[in-house]
Design a protein around this ligand. Structure first.
Ligand SMILES: [Fe+2]
Ligand SMILES: [Fe+2]
Length: 181
């Protein structure tokens, strides 16, 4: 893919003209969703919080697992054998601070930014080009609804200082994906 910065809408138009690029992107989404559920369970279990907040986060993690399942179905419908997929290094996360010293508010801010990064692309797919395959649009719409809620949940667990503190690396991560800030 070109390294030129593009809006999510332009990016999706490009995906629609290249089946191979689309498949690679779907594979990355699959890995990202699989990793998200695991990451949420692992990171947040280190903090003390109310049972209610922990319950909310565990539900959120289960929703990420389900997103991975749906993406896996999209891939299988396109002839991909999920057992042959290789692990990948997510570009966005390569610049995100995952230091052990982070507070709950920091981690929630990082989660919030990561969800926002996904929302822009999901919105471009759900509301954009009419050439978008129906199964992809359906799955992305369901995921979008849940990720919107996740972004709010993370924001509420965080605070404006932490969200501001992690904004720089979020913008840097987005740039690595070729997305406009
Ligand atoms: Fe997700
Ligand atoms: Fe999410």
């Amino acid at each position: 893919m070109s390294k030129i910065m593009k809006t999510s809408k332009e990016w999706w138009k490009l995906m629609l003209t290249d089946a191979e690029l689309m498949l690679v992107w779907l594979e990355k989404q699959y890995h990202a969703e699989l990793a998200a559920g695991k990451k949420i369970r692992e990171v947040f279990s280190k903090f003390t919080m109310s049972n209610e907040d922990m319950g909310t986060l565990l539900k959120l993690a289960r929703e990420e697992d389900r997103h991975a399942l749906w993406l896996g179905q999209l891939l299988e419908a396109r002839g991909v054998d999920l057992s042959t997929l290789e692990a990948h290094k997510p570009r966005y996360w390569s610049v995100i601070d995952t230091d052990n010293q982070l507070t709950l508010e920091d981690v929630a801010a990082i989660g919030h930014h990561a969800e926002v990064m996904r929302l822009e692309r999901l919105e471009a797919i759900v509301n954009g080009d009419s050439r978008t395959p129906a199964d992809i649009r359906r799955v992305m719409r369901r995921i979008l609804t849940e990720e919107l809620r996740h972004a709010t949940i993370f924001k509420e667990l965080s605070n404006s200082e932490a969200i501001e503190r992690h904004l720089g690396s979020h913008i840097e991560g987005k740039a690595l994906l070729g997305l406009e800030p």
